[in-house]
Design a protein around this ligand. Structure first.
Ligand code: C2O
Ligand code: CU
Ligand code: CU
Length: 477
């Protein structure tokens, strides 16, 4: 009944407070940007990096003087940054002290489906779950969040999200001092009721929540104190629905050096950067001594990017420590190239709840993929915008509406925006962990759509065994 209380509480708050604007932030009331604690445990006697994540409820002062009920990992709101490297064996002890069941999914991680933390790996209240896997992928900025079918939007909105940084021992030439010149930025939009509680219904409306308050690492009106000539930002769109169309108030240009699942082969200079929920980008921004500049999101006409909002500011010290030059080749990842005759599959996202006219069914396997395959997945939309995420795989965008993608989106990704009446062709490379009975998910990462059923399931199996794989899971599996 607690879950129901939480949902109806939010909905009620939305109805009573929806028309009342949240109070504007006071001028110059900026707070230092909170930097999530970094967890990078030394390997234990068995060579395992052991992480502990406790899901808990608490309260957070987000609006000055008001206390907001929130959820977090190892704290009241959001979660620590986990860090591991290629070749590491990691184990995470996930403890659920929340009043309802949830799950913790490692978004972007290539691991066995049993460890993926999707809707089949629920963690009951007062229970623990200890997935373990070996990291076998390039350096990237991943993240983790709940994935309980039907409640992901609410659980993420209340604050359950954190970053997972992967290193690979290669020389990338980028800043690496965590929280100093290598800075995680979890961007989210929220709505608040007059008493400070979160408002808005994550399952209401067509897209769910589009907030009117922009948070960086959980803080409103945050200020990052820049001490170096260049800063690497690892940006995560952790919103329920909003597209952040990022720009600096002075229009300065910056360089994109990484996408969701890896670094780019060359930096791409931009003055705008659209990111939809679930997507990440790594960027490098140059600062001059003593300057102050605001990071904003700008309305670009897409229904998910409504409104212009300031997010946070950067305040550079009067003297800045030297930074490495922008690297010419942050990484050298081989292109993901479909073989001739590659399997082509089509996914049409319609309304707010179907893919290929079907809603998610936890017991139905929609797609069977041979291990290690590279396939072409075509994602098409109807009259509304969506984005498409695939678990346990990396892809490159081959084409959007028949044209190559923007250069800044040319790297390894796991989530892609597809605007209304468009299509994207993806070259998807699947993993090699097989399990015919445990599915991975693909879905729209607008959480309201995901919860409503815009999600499907695929299994990865030994090549040659596809036709014998059962398409129905035993209920309750
Ligand atoms: Cu970020 Cu299926 O999730
Ligand atoms: Cu995922
Ligand atoms: Cu959608």
């Amino acid at each position: 009944f607690l879950a129901l209380t939480a949902v109806s509480g939010l909905a009620a708050a939305c109805r009573t407070a929806g028309s009342r604007p949240s109070p504007p932030p006071a001028v110059d009331a900026s707070v230092p940007l909170p930097v999530p604690p970094l967890l990078h445990p030394e390997p234990d006697g068995d060579g395992v990096r052991q992480f502990e994540l406790t899901l808990q409820a608490g309260r957070t002062e987000i609006l000055p003087g008001l206390s907001t009920p929130t959820w977090g990992f190892n704290g009241a709101f959001l979660g620590p940054t986990l860090r591991a490297g290629r070749g590491d064996v990691v184990r995470v002890t996930v403890r659920n002290t929340l009043p309802e069941a949830t799950s913790v999914h490692w978004h972007g991680m290539h691991l066995p489906a049993a460890m993926d933390g999707g809707p089949h790996q629920m963690v009951e209240p007062d229970a623990a779950w200890t997935p373990s896997w070996t990291v076998r992928q390039p350096a990237a900025t991943l993240w983790y969040h709940p994935h309980p079918h039907g409640s992901t939007a609410l659980h993420v909105y209340r604050g359950l999200a954190g970053m997972f940084i992967l290193d690979d021992g290669e020389e990338h030439g980028l800043p690496t001092a965590y929280g100093v010149d290598d800075v995680p930025l979890v961007l989210q939009d929220k709505r608040f009721a007059a008493d400070g509680s979160l408002a808005g219904d994550p399952l209401g409306g067509f897209y769910g929540i589009l907030g009117d308050r922009m948070l960086a690492n959980g803080a409103l009106n945050a200020r990052f104190d820049v001490t170096t000539e260049r800063v690497r930002l690892r940006i995560l769109n952790g919103a329920n629905a909003r597209m952040f169309n990022l720009a600096f108030a002075d229009g300065r240009r910056f360089h994109v050096v990484g996408n969701d699942s890896g670094l780019l082969s060359a930096p791409v200079e931009v003055d705008r950067l659209p990111l939809t929920p679930g997507e990440r980008a790594e960027v490098v921004v140059a600062f001059a001594p003593g300057e102050r500049v605001v990071l904003r999101t700008l309305d670009n006409g897409v229904d998910l990017a409504k409104g212009n909002f300031d997010i946070m500011s950067f305040a550079a010290a009067s003297e800045l420590a030297p930074s490495p030059a922008l690297p010419a080749h942050p990484a050298d990842l081989p292109p993901i190239t479909p073989p001739s005759g590659a399997r082509v599959r089509t996914f049409t996202l319609n309304g707010r709840d179907t893919i290929n006219s079907k809603q998610m069914d936890m017991d139905r396997i929609d797609v069977v993929v041979p291990a290690g395959a590279t396939e072409v997945w075509e994602v098409a939309t109807g009259g509304s915008s969506h984005n498409f995420h695939i678990h346990g795989a990396a892809f490159q965008v081959l084409e959007v509406d028949g044209a190559p993608p923007a250069a800044w989106a040319g790297g390894y990704k796991d989530t892609v925006f597809v605007r209304s009446r468009s299509s994207a062709r993806l070259a998807v490379r699947f993993g090699t962990d097989t399990d015919p009975a445990r599915p991975y998910m693909y879905h729209c990462h607008i959480l309201r759509h995901e919860d409503a059923g815009m999600m499907g399931q695929f299994v990865v199996v030994e090549p040659g065994t596809e036709s014998g794989v059962p398409r129905t899971l035993a209920p309750g599996d």
